[in-house]
Write a protein that binds this ligand. Structure first.
Ligand SMILES: [Zn+2]
Length: 136
């Protein structure tokens, strides 16, 4: 089986036991943390951003940029298969939701107004991420 830990499925109670209330709200209930409140929005350290639900590597610090939008923003995921994009028509808007490919946890949205070269802005909740600093 090359599909390592793909398709992690847990019950709601298991997620609740594993996650903090804020992580649970964002990852499992598609919540959004208030802008400029997340622990990682202003994080400029070198390292990797993993899914707070399952630990999958999602983003790397080299792709992070200051978007000013109030959430951690990335130009691209660590690899294209790390995240899944879905059309989201909630709240009367057309947006593209981004979820973790491995556990299905809600991460945030991707917008087509990012910097070059990708032109994308992955706008991700801090609560969906855990950061691992890379030692120099
Ligand atoms: Zn995950």
């Amino acid at each position: 089986m090359s599909e390592l830990a793909k398709d992690i499925k847990r019950t709601d109670d298991e997620w609740k036991a594993q996650l903090t209330p804020e992580q649970y709200h964002v990852l499992r209930q598609k919540g959004t943390e208030r802008p400029f409140t997340g622990a990682l929005t202003e994080n400029h350290e070198t390292g990797n951003y993993h899914c707070a639900g399952c630990g999958a590597l999602l983003f790397m610090s080299g792709a992070k940029f200051d978007s000013g939008c109030g959430w951690p923003s990335f130009m691209l995921p660590a690899e294209s298969k790390a995240v899944v994009e879905h059309e989201d028509k909630s709240f009367g808007m057309r947006r593209v939701e981004v979820t973790c490919a491995q556990c299905g946890g809600h991460l945030g949205h991707v917008f087509p107004d990012g910097p070059k070269p990708t032109g994308l802005r992955y706008c991700i909740n801090s609560a969906s991420l855990t950061f691992t600093r890379q030692e120099p």
